[in-house]
Design a protein around this ligand. Structure first.
Ligand code: TRP
Length: 449
């Protein structure tokens, strides 16, 4: 249990959990997925899944944490001896995410700098492609971001970070609202707003569901043990349902606004060309510099924006690393410093491979994905749904929904407990399974719907 308490020690649970949840998932990943999977249709599916599966899983995880007062590695084993492996599987997901998360963090660091140094150049079409496909420069910025993350975890300056996040998270919200209002009120943004907000159900497929489900878990840090850890810090006085709703609302609001800011802007600059929306991971980096470049005082606002994204990314990467490190400490009895350094070295190696996957190794494809996209797919679209599904099965049939309901009701009411029981036992596992299988088959082109 070494040091784990210090991370969330003094600050409010909501802020800590929301700070961990709000990161690149909201600002970088959500908008490009929404753009790729049919705008409003994706948004609709995402919100639908958030209020059903998201809520059920978050309540479950927070309750497991508070009930057992243990880390996920130990918690599942304590609830049921046969299910200890699920804790390990959940803890493994951050291991897959960490390297490429830091690589994207490096991109954000680079863009913070580039916006200040030469916004005109950064706004050029070929700038991003040139940057990611070069061999050395992305590695340097990746190194900077990874080093920052590692230093924070090594020296445990978490308190400083948390104080800062009390100021910077609201600032991020204000900037995001401000920028989306700006984008939305520009002439020519209406088609983009429509595309983002009005669901076109022709665009719906199981892939949309799989993408939305994976994104939901990723963005809310679900199905990877994180919320169990936070739950173990939650005081018995706190109401679990209320906390869940607040975290979900905050996380979804930031993601929604990020989409509102980026998608209409792309439409505007591409003259309504939908193919400009399917650029994937580069969406944020190719469009926003253009928006800033045309704004009065764009350099300052742009720099401020990327700085805040950087900050959100850093608080998340710190807690991803912390999750892995504390798992290793618990499981292998290793000391904090060597454990942190080993994970950082692993992150550096795999992250570098991801980076080169955009350049000299861009011909390497794993089941059709580039290296980063493959890691992202396998972690979010395969492992997260799997862990989520097994968590529901374990709760539904082994420890029984009642044990979670009792924990929630130990203070406060649980109005939708009937719904919860049915969801966790039947609907969630069956649907997650269906989404998972059909989504994967579709990704491989085996199934066409
Ligand atoms: N939820 C974070 C985001 O939206 C990313 C994330 C994934 C994360 N796993 C995590 C954050 C573990 C903290 C801990 O960017």
């Amino acid at each position: 249990m070494e040091n784990r308490n210090t991370f969330t020690g003094k600050i409010g649970f909501i802020l800590a959990a929301a700070g961990s949840a709000v990161g690149l998932g909201n600002l970088w990943r959500f908008p490009y997925l929404a753009a790729k999977y049919g705008g409003g249709a994706f948004l609709f599916v995402y919100i639908l899944l958030a209020v059903t599966f998201g809520t059920v899983l978050m309540i479950t995880e927070i309750s497991i944490g508070r009930k057992t007062q243990l880390s996920p590695l130990a918690a599942f084993g304590k609830l049921s001896k046969k299910w200890g492996w699920l804790g390990k599987l959940a803890t493994f997901v951050p291991v897959l995410i960490f390297p490429y998360y830091c690589l994207i963090g490096g991109w954000v660091t680079k863009y913070t700098y580039a916006t200040i140094a030469d916004l005109g150049a950064a706004a050029q079409d070929s700038y991003f492609g040139g940057y990611v496909s070069s061999s050395v420069e992305p590695l340097v910025w990746f190194g900077v971001f990874l080093a920052l993350t590692t230093l924070v975890v090594l020296f445990g300056v978490n308190k400083g970070i948390e104080k800062l996040s009390k100021i910077l998270m609201p600032a991020l919200l204000v900037i995001t609202v401000g920028l989306s209002v700006y984008v939305v009120t520009r002439p020519g943004s209406l088609p983009g707003i429509k595309y983002y907000l009005l669901p076109n159900f022709k665009e719906l497929s199981f892939k949309t569901f799989l993408a939305a489900l994976g994104q939901l878990f990723y963005s809310m840090s679900l199905a990877m043990g994180i919320m169990i850890t936070y739950g173990s810090y939650l005081s018995k006085e706190e109401k679990i349902t209320e906390a869940t709703h607040k975290i979900e609302l905050f996380d979804t609001a930031i993601a929604f606004l990020a989409g509102l800011m980026i998608i209409p802007a792309v439409f505007n600059f591409s003259g309504g060309d939908k193919t400009a929306l399917s650029t994937g991971p580069s969406l944020m980096f190719q469009t926003l510099p253009k928006v800033f470049n045309e704004m009065p005082a764009g350099r300052i606002i742009g720099a401020l924006f990327f700085f805040l994204v950087l900050f959100a990314a850093l608080t998340s990467s710190v807690s991803i690393l912390e999750a892995i490190v504390s798992g290793i400490i618990d499981e292998f009895g290793m000391k904090r410093v060597p454990a942190t350094l080993i994970v950082a070295a692993y992150g550096a190696a795999l992250g570098a491979v991801c980076s080169l996957g955009f350049g000299i190794w861009s011909n390497i494809k794993i089941i059709g994905f580039g290296i980063l996209d493959f890691l992202d797919f396998i972690s979010n679209n395969v492992f997260l749904p799997l862990v989520g599904m097994f968590t529901c099965i374990m709760v539904g049939f082994v420890i029984k929904p009642k044990s979670i309901i009792d924990e929630v009701e130990s203070n406060g009411t649980f109005r939708s407990k009937g719904f919860y029981s049915v969801m966790v036992k039947w609907i969630a596992p069956i649907f997650i399974f269906a989404i998972l299988i059909s989504g994967i088959l579709q990704s491989f082109g085996i199934l066409k719907i």
